[in-house]
Design a protein around this ligand. Sequence first.
Ligand code: BMA
Length: 358
Amino acid sequence: MALCGCSHSNQTVVEEAATPAQQLLERLAKIQEKGFAFGHHDDTAYGHYWEYTPDSSDVRSATGDYPAIINWDLGMIELDSARNLDGVPFEYMRQQIKAQHARGGINSISWHLRNPLTGGDAWDTSDSTVVSHAVAEGDSVNAKLLAWTGKVAAFIASLKDDNGVPIPVIFRPWHEHTGDWFWWGKPYCTAQEYKNLWAMTRKVFDDKEIDNVVWAYSPDKSNCSGLDDYMERYPGDDYIDIMGADVYHFNGEQGNEAFTQWMTATLGSAVAAAKAHDKIAALTETGSEGLVLDDWYMNVLLPAIKDYPIAYITVWRNGFGMEKHFYVPYPGHHAIGDFVEFYKQPSTLFLNDIKELK
Ligand code: BMA
């Protein structure tokens, strides 16, 4: 996107170069014209049977191709830990982000940060005053969260290719806030307090003039049955680039209908909001844990999303050595054929489909 800094007095037109973030947003819009990009969390860090093995990927084992998008999580970076909450070393993550970018793919980032009041994890909802402290200027919890956010901003700003050019990423903090499982969830703060979390976060990045971040908002299906719910805690057009939705499938075959209804309610709202606010829509998290249905990708997911204009979807991780915690079929799994069929669809875009689309 070329921004015009026009000077009418002397008839010169200065074309400002697009920022890395603007380039990624344009790319996502192009991707959406062709279909939707497929994303997988921690794809090249570990899979069902392996971990930290260069070039490995459960998606590639199944299809011969990498996912178009790989998601990473920065949880624990705030404590200066060398590894994230799921054990991924941050330096390994950085290398893998560079590798995914170099091969023409896209990276996205989430942040399951710890509770700055109690010292517990992201799921510690034991003290519902945490957000009010976190957004109160001068409060020690506020100071702690600002420092934590600074560490995330520093990591993201440090993502550069071999030529020192910043790597654009999608960043999706404060996710699934309509639910009640994270300390920033709906029952534990007012809408204004939640919006203030976003304003704080953005200020940390904007003060550092970080320009490689595309910002995603991602309500969960929980407490999100229509556009009003979806928009209730929307931080504002200046802060958000992507209208996301997190919608998981539960209960195997019995859950099919509910999944489709939730998709209509939540992803449908994201798409409507994206249209009204001139943003990109995405299914920022989805999946069926353990793939209990042989045909989930082709016969449940695809029909549920096919009519929505979205730029990408992301499924969650294939936990190494975790018997039932996986979302992409691994070698030998009974749902491989279905996933390969899904891969072959013209609308599903993997790395090879998007790498030239810049
Ligand atoms: C959840 C599970 C957890 C993990 C968390 C953050 O959905 O995968 O095992 O710690 O996401 O990645």
